[in-house]
Design a protein around this ligand. Structure first.
Ligand SMILES: Cc1cc2nc3c(=O)[nH]c(=O)nc-3n(C[C@H](O)[C@H](O)[C@H](O)COP(=O)(O)OP(=O)(O)OC[C@H]3O[C@@H](n4cnc5c(N)ncnc54)[C@H](O)[C@@H]3O)c2cc1C
Length: 425
């Protein structure tokens, strides 16, 4: 009997292959399925949501217009992002929350996000989910992706699809197929999210300020490594003494290969958690009885590889709230860039305004039958720090999935753009 792996003869055909089940991917698969395509959704983990669940991000940004005075959160557009937010609110009772400068977010509990994502995708009958499936190769002929190779629970599978949607957050399929791309990992710092339970709720607010001060002093005295100062709270967390924190690292070193950089980030941040938590427990009253409840299974990498598309969303387009006749999604979050500084650089545009993301930002120059969405889309550095948020990723995912279904059915992409634009208003 041979112990060799099967040689990859399992062939699966579909109309639309969606790669990556994060915010963009669940929207893309649902859109393509509802448009009538036979869809396969591949996800490398055993649950859906991408960074929203694996990195336990905790709040959805990009759903509502910025507004310092209005009493209610106003959605930036109609469509799938609003539908998904509504389902999440129904499931978990969460509500929009206004934070700094009139920005509205929707806090969520990560398992609820994963549950709603599975429910929504599961309800779309012609979508087949294959989990633990990692795409590692593509075959291209005449500017079209002919087949995609994945390892699904360590078994090689071959997919042929009429259209492909890359929602990997790293433009992996597009890059494997030869699309031009750029690496955004040096643009922003990643963060590891961890949760402390049993924080004294009566002392929490003061405790957080005190924690910051104590950490700063200890870093200055060399008691703790400098990174330990870089913690911030996830807005909306704090119910029943359970607080989520983001522990930010430094942006990627351009001289390191990304796989090496990610390994170093994961190792370093996880090793620092124990001394960090012990320090809080021993030095800040509010944390005296606190315990580490959970740590995100995956480090949150804010920027990764993205395509150089037929159009590129520019920083100026975001700040000047560009409108486009090809606009297929609306962005309403400011540019929020996490650098080596302890706090993010924020660049706001006017309140109650939004910008359009043109359809061609989802299309690689070199390939005809692949669309990208979420963090993979074509954008300048600053523009991506706005367009990457979950609300906008849901919207671009929907657009990419709709376009892919139209292409697979031999219908015109102009028709797809017209439908998406109608659904937004
Ligand atoms: C620390 C941090 C804090 C953030 N805070 C917020 C916030 O408060 N609010 C907000 O709205 N946004 C926030 N963001 C941004 C937001 O979480 C992401 O930009 C957004 O979730 C991206 O969605 P996506 O679908 O494009 O990509 P991802 O969420 O990265 O999804 C990609 C999916 O593809 C899968 N995948 C990858 N490669 C393969 C492969 N080869 N084969 C198969 N599957 C693959 C992954 O497992 C994953 O499920 C934050 C990000 C970070 C890192």
């Amino acid at each position: 009997m041979s112990n060799a792996l099967p040689t990859g003869r399992t062939e699966i055909s579909c109309d639309v292959l969606v790669i990556g089940g994060g915010a963009a991917g669940i929207a893309a698969a649902t859109a393509a399925g509802r448009a009538g395509a036979q869809v396969v959704l591949l996800e490398r983990y055993g649950f859906l949501g991408g960074l929203a669940t694996s990195a336990q991000v905790g709040t959805i940004c990009g759903l509502y217009l910025r507004d310092e005075t209005g009493v209610e959160a106003v959605p930036v557009s109609n469509g799938f992002a609003s539908e998904f937010a509504g389902r999440l609110q129904q499931t978990s009772g969460t509500k929009p929350l206004r934070v700094d400068r009139g920005l509205w977010v929707l806090p969520y509990f990560p398992p609820d996000f994963a549950h709603v994502a599975s429910t929504v995708v599961g309800e779309t009958k012609n979508v087949k989910l294959i989990s633990h499936a990692t795409v590692a190769n593509t075959c291209v002929e005449n500017s079209k992706i002919k087949s995609v190779r994945a390892l699904a629970w360590n078994e090689p599978l071959n997919f042929s699809a009429k259209a492909v949607v890359d929602c990997t957050g790293e433009a992996t399929a597009a890059a494997l197929a030869g699309a031009g791309s750029e690496n955004g990992a040096t643009d922003q710092s990643p963060a590891l999210v961890f949760v402390l339970e049993n924080v004294d709720p009566t002392l929490a607010l003061r405790g957080l300020l005190e924690a910051r001060r104590e950490l700063r002093v200890s870093v200055q005295k060399g008691i703790l490594p400098a990174l330990c100062e870089r913690i911030s709270i996830v807005p909306g967390s704090g119910k029943n003494g359970r607080f989520a924190f983001k522990f930010s690292l430094l942006p990627a070193n351009p001289d390191l290969a990304l796989w090496q950089q990610v390994t170093d980030w994961e190792t370093e941040s996880r090793a620092l958690l124990e001394p960090l938590v012990n320090f809080l427990v021993n030095n800040v009253a509010a944390f005296r009885d606190a315990r580490l409840e959970s740590v995100a299974p995956q480090l949150g990498v804010r920027s990764g590889r993205r395509i150089l598309g037929r159009a590129r969303l520019a920083d100026a387009d975001v700040l000047n709230t560009l409108k486009s006749v090809q606009g297929i999604a609306r962005g309403c979050w400011p540019m929020e860039r996490w650098t080596a500084a302890p706090k993010p650089e924020m660049n706001y545009f006017a309140q109650q305004k939004f910008y359009d993301i043109p359809f061609d930002c989802l299309r690689p120059v070199e390939l005809e039958n692949i669309f990208v969405a979420g963090r993979c889309l074509s954008a300048e550095t600053g523009a991506m720090t706005s367009a990457r948020v979950i609300g906008t990723a849901l919207a671009t995912g929907w657009a990419a999935g709709t376009a892919a279904a139209f292409q697979a059915a031999g219908k015109s992409l102009d028709e797809a753009v017209a439908l998406i634009r109608k659904q937004m208003t």
